[in-house]
Design a protein around this ligand. Structure first.
Ligand code: COA
Length: 147
């Protein structure tokens, strides 16, 4: 694997959409990624293998807090440390912006994601009942307020 990282630009939206569709029951559209890349209050980091998008992690930077919107790694690349590397780079970037708190939502059934987020000091702070519209699953709200 020839792994590299860089910030997403709008022109990446087509490749990112392909990974998104392989990863989520309710995928975001290509247009959403285009808009997220163009928004100056966001930071989206891509993981690439030999120039091809294999994963990404995105965040909104709002009122001194980082709200993680999505973290995804293409199925055939999972379990090789790519998710950890993306989160490490993302945290480094937001800390450089002076941000010290990070939050996200995750499904209780998503063991790999819960394990990944625990590595970054994310702790359960509450639940949103029936948050996910595909199966009515709750969302766990996680925070790390001491990045
Ligand atoms: C969550 C996700 C991004 C992790 O990416 P990844 O590249 O496989 O992550 P890593 O290889 O860095 O593994 C991170 C940790 O997750 C855990 N983990 C990985 N695969 C796992 C599995 N199948 N079951 C349980 N835990 C697992 C391990 O604890 C691992 O840490 P360790 O290697 O130090 O033990 C990936 O599984 C994914 O894209 N899932 C689908 C999309 C998704 O659900 N995103 C999160 C939405 S909130």
């Amino acid at each position: 694997m020839k792994l590299s990282f860089r910030e997403m630009v709008p022109e990446d939206a087509e490749q990112v959409e392909k990974v998104e569709q392989a990863c989520f029951a309710i995928p975001w559209s290509r247009k959403s990624f285009w808009e997220e890349a163009a928004n100056e209050n966001t930071f989206y980091l891509l993981a690439l293998d030999d120039g091809e998008v294999i994963g990404y992690a995105g965040t909104w930077l709002v009122a001194g807090e980082a709200q993680i919107t999505n973290v995804a790694v293409a199925p055939e690349y999972r379990g090789k440390g790519v998710g950890t590397a993306l989160m490490t780079e993302l945290v480094r970037h937001v800390k450089e912006q002076g941000i010290t708190a990070m939050t996200l939502e995750v499904r209780p059934s998503n063991a790999p994601a819960l394990a990944l987020y625990a590595k970054f000091g994310m702790k359960e702070a509450g639940r949103r009942k029936g948050y996910y519209s595909d199966n009515g699953e709750d969302a766990i709200i996680m925070w790390n307020t001491k990045l």
